[in-house]
Each structure stands twice: as C-alpha cells, then as structure tokens.
Design a protein around this ligand. Structure first.
Ligand code: HEM
Length: 406
C-alpha cells in the first residue's frame, strides 16, 4: 500500500533508487514539493553506487528527452543500469543506442509497425480484449491476472511472430526479468530469466530463417545497420526490447485504468454513457497511470538544467510521474478527468527515443475501455490491490474487482 509513511522534512534525502520508497510513500506529494522548491536535485552516492540528478518539471524533462546531442542513452536508460555503470546491450538495442545507429535501427524496427500489419495486430487486440473482459465480467476475478496479463503479451507475440503456445512461458520469464512482482525476487533470478528470453529468441530466429513468416523478428533478420546485416545478438536484443518495452507498461496502464475507474465512479459513468471519446479517455489513463516512472540519460558535457549546472558523465533521471502532474502544464493535475483536452503527457517519452510501440499501447488501453463499457454496467474493488515493487514501474500487480454485467 503506498502513501502510508510521512515524507521527511528534507525531501532530497529520500532514496529514489529504493523500490520500498515507492511502496511506502505518496510519490506525488514528493514531486509536488520538489517541483515547487527544488526541481532539479542531487541524490548523494549510496552503498557502492554513484550519486545522480533528478529532474521533476515537465519543461525540463521534455528538454532533456529531446536533446540527444548533450545526453546519451548508451550508458543505460533506467536507474538500475545507469547506477550499475552501463547496459550490456549498449549500441545494440534500440533504446540504449545513440545517433546514426539509433536512427538506422529504428527504421529497421519501424518496418514491423507498418500500418497494414498494425491493423491486423490491432484487430486481434480488440478481439482478445472483448473475449477476456466478457469472461471476467461474468465470473469476476483478478483483473491483473485474468485480463491484463494476457493482452499485451498476446499482442507483442503476434507482432514478433511468437506462437501462442509459448506465450505463458515468455510471460513468466518477463515477470522475473523485471523483478517487479515480489519484494523477495533476486537479481540473480532476473538475470537468469533475461538470458532465457534471449535463448528463446535465438531458437525462434532459427525457425524463422528456415520457414519465413511475417513479424518483427523477420524484419530484424532482414534489416541492415551501418551497411551490414544485424548480428544474431543484435536481433535477439531487439526482440527482447519489444517484450520488455511493451509487456509490463501496457499491462500496468490497463490495470491502472480499471483501478482509477473504480475509484472515480463519476468518470466511469461518463465513459459508459459515451460522453467521452475513447482516444481522449486513453490519454488521460496514460497520464494518470504513467507506468514507466522514469527514464534516464548520462551527460556528455556540462549542461544547465533550471538553475543547476551539471558536469559531464553525470546520471540524470527524468521523472515522468512528476512531469505528468506538473501544475504549470496540466490544469488540476491531481484529478483524473477522462475528458481532459490537449493532454500532452510524457508517458511515452519525447523526441528521438519516443516510444516505438505508442500506437499499440494506446490501442490496447482503448480496446479495454471499449470492452468494459460494452460488457459492464458497474465495477468495484473487492480487495486490496498489490503495488509492484520497483523503482521504475508504477502500478498494481494484483487488482481484485467485481463487475456487474451490462
Ligand atoms: C521507448 C513507454 C508500450 C517498445 C519508450 C519510452 C517510453 C516508453 C517512456 C522512451 C524511453 C527513453 O526515452 O529512453 C511506454 C509505455 C507503454 C509502452 C508507457 C504502454 C503504455 C510499448 C509497446 C512496445 C514498446 C507496446 C512494443 C511493442 C518500446 C521500444 C522503445 C520504447 C522498443 C525504444 C524506442 C527508441 O529508443 O527509439 N516506451 N511504452 N513500448 N518503447 Fe515503449
């Protein structure tokens, strides 16, 4: 349960690298105070790890996302790898590549997101959401396990060309790879799971070379960067990045949608009555839930953010959860308002690394909202939701909920 402990007087002393912080405190209260008094602040080095800068205001976060000349992603883009001193996939995996290589690799991957192929993926998403939500409305259950767990993984598997029979196996692995489900998950188990995912994709690649078929893995296998075909390692790293990028984030946004609708019955009424368009509602769900709390960069030279001067080789963390509640940009930022107009949230990042799967993420949340308003007339929480244990992901891993059929 978040928000049970008081924040310290001096907010800059909190340990943002510790997942427990997010489990036990109200992060939004922290961001409010920091945006007002200390919008760019330094966290001192801790046990065996360097210090780092945090950026909390919307305009500053957006500016850093856009600036891939003075900030690099190649030394990692999430706190854990940035503090560990780098990412083993640097320069090979899209999210942790810079410059020309990043641009070329992104173009290769975009081939898997052609409008024609996306339409077929999207219609599968709608069909899946409709069926699963119809079932959970009839029977009740845990929205996280019975619906949200199945849709994103089903979608990415379809995008990649993974057979349906392997989906449950991949899902178990991705959960332990991000170690967000349980407090007692170990880093060794996470590393083992990551390696097993990579091995799985090597096998799949082998199969696709023998029997070609459509999908992202095929696009990668056919792609070239820097005038040469991608290596097997680069291919499997980038398959992995689609799973890691698209599974838990989408899952947490749809779980968060149901949680928010249960907590805000007047918004549920608006949605049900068709008084708010799906696309507008989806954007507010994405702003409100912000499943990826932060992304990060390393400075390549001295930079100034706000009133702070930051030296080269410094880790800079961009807090999306704070930017998305910035009162300078969003009116009444702490209200969940499905009809919110001009909602320019940073949930998918901004600039050159803007989420490549944003369209799919939106489609998944939209399919869930539409299926809910078709099949349910009311919804209520029937137990305590369980928060994910992470300094990166935001939301709930379990959400017991009961629906009244429409
Ligand atoms: C990049 C969030 C869905 C794949 C990003 C970034 C954010 C983000 C904030 C920028 C990272 C950075 O600047 O370092 C989300 C959220 C999602 C979502 C909140 C769902 C609600 C997806 C899906 C896929 C995906 C469905 C794949 C099918 C990726 C990849 C990148 C990325 C590969 C790296 C892009 C690049 O570096 O050029 N995502 N994402 N994401 N996302 Fe997503």
């Amino acid at each position: 349960m978040s928000g049970v402990r008081e924040l310290p007087e001096d907010c800059t002393t909190v340990d943002l690298a510790d997942p427990w912080f997010f489990q036990l405190h109200d992060q939004y209260e922290l961001w409010r105070r920091l945006r007002a008094k200390n919008p760019v602040f330094w966290t001192e080095p801790g046990e065996g790890r360097p210090g780092f800068w945090s950026v909390t205001r919307f305009e500053d976060v957006q500016r850093v996302y856009r600036d891939n000349r003075r900030f690099t992603s190649e030394r990692g883009n999430v706190l854990t790898t940035l503090l560990a001193g780098g990412d083993s996939a640097a320069g090979k995996m899209l999210a942790v590549s810079d410059g020309e290589r990043h641009r070329e690799l992104r173009n290769v991957m975009l081939k898997a997101f052609s409008p024609r192929f996306l339409r077929s993926v999207e219609s599968r998403v709608r069909e899946m959401a409709d069926r699963l939500i119809c079932e959970v409305v009839e029977r009740g259950g845990d929205f996280a396990a019975d619906v949200a767990e199945r849709i994103p993984m089903g979608t990415i598997c379809h995008l990649l060309g993974v057979p349906e029979s392997d989906q449950a196996y991949l899902l178990t692995l991705t959960k332990s790879a991000l170690s967000s489900e349980h407090e007692d998950a170990t880093e060794e188990a996470a590393v083992r799971a990551r390696n097993e995912i990579l091995l799985y994709f090597l096998d799949l690649l082998d199969g696709i070379r023998k029997t070609p078929r459509e999908g992202a893995i095929a696009a990668l296998a056919d792609g070239a960067v820097g005038g040469r075909p991608l290596t097997e390692e680069e291919i499997v790293f980038n398959c992995y990045s689609l799973v890691i990028g698209g599974d838990e984030t989408s899952r947490l946004s749809m779980i968060g949608a149901v949680h928010a609708l249960a907590e805000h019955p007047e918004q549920w009424k608006l949605l049900r009555a068709g008084e708010v368009g799906t696309d507008t509602a989806v954007d507010e769900v994405l702003r409100w839930t912000t499943p990826a709390m932060h992304f990060g960069r390393t400075t390549l030279e001295e930079v100034t953010i706000g009133s702070r001067t930051i030296g080269p080789d410094s880790v800079v963390v961009l807090w999306n959860t704070s930017a998305n509640r910035d009162e300078e940009v969003f009116e009444e930022p702490d209200r969940f308002l499905l009809s919110r107009a001009a909602n320019r949230h940073l949930t998918f990042g901004y600039g050159p690394h803007f989420c490549i799967g944003a369209h799919l993420g939106r489609a998944e949340v939209g399919a869930v909202l539409d299926a809910l308003r078709t099949h349910a007339s009311a919804l209520e929480l029937t137990g305590e939701p369980r928060r994910v244990h992470s300094n990166f992901l935001n939301g709930f891993s379990s959400l017991p909920v009961a629906f009244t059929p429409a």
